[in-house]
Design a protein around this ligand. Structure first.
Ligand code: FAD
Length: 239
């Protein structure tokens, strides 16, 4: 269906979301166009900036192809707001598609969406268990924050897959990221480069996350977290 629709358009654009990462490369392949993915800045009608090497370098790309197939990293842009001048057209959904939607499953949760939350509390493998993650969730609840995790914590089965932050997880850009028992491996940092302030809670003063954090609490997370949660709860900081 998208392939048919794309014939009338020069720019085919999606968020660099799970869906966009799934659909856009396949569309680009059918169009025989090189997609430009994960764009973080628009420098001109055909010039874009995107991160490479897990976010350690930025690449400027000039796209001189007849069509532009693009994905954008939503967290790198301010919300556009309502009432723009571009027309919104409903598309005839009877256009033939090879794919059929059989079922859709949404995870139900009263905590904010990780990708767009203003505050995120992230837990690492040192949290030690799924029960240990209850401490992370409690702090998150106190602050009205979303909860994230490292891949090591997800692989260990302590946190669900859709909490993973990093190169192969979600890219986030909160105002505040609280990294609890997280070493700060490059692949994790790739997901939090947009965070405006970072608080690190870690027992190792030499951990890489400590070097980039704005505020550091050195100590045992199992002692610090409950105290911090009680104090913040007392202050009534929940947004
Ligand atoms: C191709 C590839 C892609 C990857 N993608 C991702 C990704 O998307 N996201 C991601 O997160 N990782 C990713 N990884 C894994 C990444 O390299 C690290 O292994 C992972 O981020 C480490 O997770 P961690 O910080 O929980 O664990 P560790 O690196 O083991 O760190 C644990 C930290 O906890 C601290 N600590 C221990 N006990 C306590 C305590 N009681 N109190 C306080 N602090 C304590 C330690 O000092 C340490 O700093 C990827 C790896 C590869 C190869």
């Amino acid at each position: 269906m998208l392939f048919e629709l794309s014939k009338s358009y020069d720019y085919l654009v999606s968020g660099a979301s799970t869906l966009g990462k799934d659909v856009i490369p396949r569309l680009a392949a059918r169009l025989d166009i090189q997609p430009v993915t994960d764009i973080v800045a628009v420098d001109g009608p055909t010039r874009f900036t995107r991160p490479i090497y897990a976010g350690n370098a930025l690449q400027t790309v000039t796209d001189n192809q007849p069509k532009h197939v693009l994905t954008f990293r939503a967290s790198a842009f301010q919300p556009a707001g309502q009432g723009g001048s571009a027309p919104v057209e409903n598309i005839d959904s009877t256009v033939v598609s090879a794919a059929r939607l059989i079922a859709q499953h949404r995870s139900e949760s009263d905590i904010p969406d990780l990708s767009t939350a203003q505050i995120v509390v992230g837990g690492g493998v040192s949290v030690g268990s799924a029960e240990g993650f209850a401490l992370i969730e409690k702090l998150g609840k106190t602050l009205g924050a979303a909860v994230g995790a490292t891949r090591a914590a997800v692989d260990a089965g302590y946190a669900p897959n859709d909490w993973q932050v990093g190169q192969t997880g979600k890219i986030i850009a909160p105002d505040l990221y609280i990294a609890v028992g997280i070493s700060g491996a490059l692949q994790h940092l790739a997901g939090i480069q947009g965070a405006k302030k970072i608080i690190a809670i870690n027992s190792d003063p030499e951990a890489p996350i400590v070097k980039i954090a704005d505020i550091v609490l050195i100590g045992d997370l199992f002692e610090i977290l409950p105290q911090l949660t009680v104090e913040l709860d007392r202050l009534g900081l929940k947004r």
